[in-house]
Design a protein around this ligand. Structure first.
Ligand SMILES: *Cc1c(COP(=O)(O)O)cnc(C)c1O
Length: 430
């Protein structure tokens, strides 16, 4: 066996570990990270990469942050975990208070879970139990739009885009849901009746079978990094009210400032019945998510049979996760994050706009601290990944998309290097 110069056993990783969405027949290279701090990932060989991904939307304050480290260490010295059945603790109560204060007033009830996908499962169960408790047992399916992404567990998968989510492969094992056309009106445009014609028709025809509409507000993330008009959501809220269907916003990617507002729903100024948050909630330190709903939904669920909400994860409201999430939200409140996101938005625009002239680029779009370069053709991930690493940046493209969502603490100079690397790599692909 080859003796590796790394202290990480990369051969073992290669032979035994599954990484997200990978093949064991043809494992792509993985880069061993020795440590991470500020906006940098430091590889085993000493190379420092500027992080353009925030570890998939999560590390909004970068890595190894003194305040967040302290929150975890001091919580660990009191307790790392206790069951949440029959017990409670300060980190959970404090975090719930912060979440309720940050979200629209009607969202008063908080259910903690371990990951975004599970928070979506919980939201779906809430919607179905709500209608069952109201005596409407036929209202147990979901309506959503194409190009969505809501997670990898079965119920969450059932509302992901049916093509990219490969529903045909899982036919019979995942619930068949209703899919309307993806919102087509662009961010600054108003939506016309035509833009909502398809979803209106589905509501009109099937509302007696539909418990809720689930949608990512304003930004469709992993399903295509598309931004659409907040006005769409205003009209969707009206339709949901008219047809007596609950509205679920999946804010797992958009929550906590990423789009320039604390939550993307603020662009539309409307309130859903249920929201899911996760990813940036803990600043990327621990896995934690929450599903929040209104008193009306919560009290109705618990007035029906069996009189309880039927979910309870082992690690519900884990104190370490809650403590670091709480510190992360306090940190966000302690500085002008809107100004940071606006600064990143301007830097992303300035840095990525020059890609627009390249012949292989079909679109460049920026919203808040999200920058997207869309290509005409899918790229070769392994090749492109190495080019980025060689340029000293960490960017993880997929399909035809190269996208950036840097930590809010990134400096202008680092952002300039990051965006220049994107345009340079795109240029070499022409
Ligand atoms: C990432 C994501 C999820 C799934 O969250 P996990 O923590 O990966 O389970 C769900 N919805 C959206 C919009 C996401 O971006």
């Amino acid at each position: 066996m080859a003796i590796s110069s790394h202290s990480i056993d990369l051969d073992f990783d290669h032979n035994h570990l599954w990484h997200p969405y990978t093949s064991v027949n043809n494992p792509l290279p993985v880069y061993p990270v020795f440590r991470a701090y500020d906006v940098f990932l430091e590889l085993e060989d000493g190379r420092k990469l500027i992080d353009g991904m925030s570890s998939w939307w999560a590390a909004i304050h970068g890595y190894n942050h003194r305040v967040l480290n302290e929150a975890i260490v001091s919580q660990m010295q009191r307790m790392s975990h206790v069951m949440f059945g029959g017990l409670t603790h300060e980190p959970a109560v404090n975090l719930a208070k912060q979440l309720i204060a940050l979200t629209p007033q009607p969202l008063q009830k908080v259910f903690f879970s371990d990951s975004g996908s599970v928070s979506v499962e919980v939201a779906i169960k809430m919607a179905i139990q709500y209608w069952a408790a109201s005596g409407q047992f036929s209202k147990n399916r979901l309506l959503t739009v194409r190009s969505g992404y809501h997670g990898d567990t079965f119920a969450a998968m059932s509302v992901c885009d049916p093509v990219t989510g490969i529903h045909s492969l899982f036919k019979g094992t995942i619930q068949k849901q209703f899919f309307a056309e993806a919102p087509a009106c662009r961010f600054h445009e108003p939506c016309t009746d035509r833009d909502l014609a398809d979803i209106r028709l589905m509501l009109e025809q099937h509302h007696m079978e539909i418990a809720a509409v689930i949608i990512e507000p304003v930004v469709q993330g992993a399903g295509g990094m598309k931004f659409y008009a907040p006005h769409y959501l205003v009209r969707l809220r009206e339709l949901c009210d008219r047809y007596d269907v609950l509205l679920i916003f999946d804010e797992i990617a958009t929550g906590f400032g990423r789009t320039g507002k604390m939550f993307a729903l603020e662009h539309a100024g409307i309130v859903p019945d249920i929201i899911c948050v996760g990813k940036a909630l803990t600043g990327g330190y621990m896995t934690l998510a929450a599903t929040m709903t209104t008193d009306r939904v919560a009290y109705t669920i618990c007035s029906g049979n069996p009189g309880l909400f039927m979910h309870g994860p082992t690690f519900m409201a884990n104190p370490l996760s809650c403590a670091v999430a709480s510190a992360n939200l306090s940190l966000l409140a302690s500085y002008d994050w809107q100004e940071s996101v606006l600064r990143l938005e301007a830097g992303l625009r300035q840095g990525l706009d020059s890609c627009m002239e390249l012949t292989n680029v079909s679109d460049v779009r920026v919203l808040g601290a999200i920058g997207v370069v869309e290509l005409h053709r899918p790229l070769d991930m392994a090749v492109v990944q190495k080019q980025f690493v060689d340029k000293g940046v960490w960017v993880r493209p997929f399909g035809r998309l190269i996208y950036l969502m840097p930590p809010f603490i990134m400096h202008d100079e680092e952002l300039r290097i990051l965006t220049a690397a994107v345009c340079d790599v795109v240029k070499t692909m022409q």
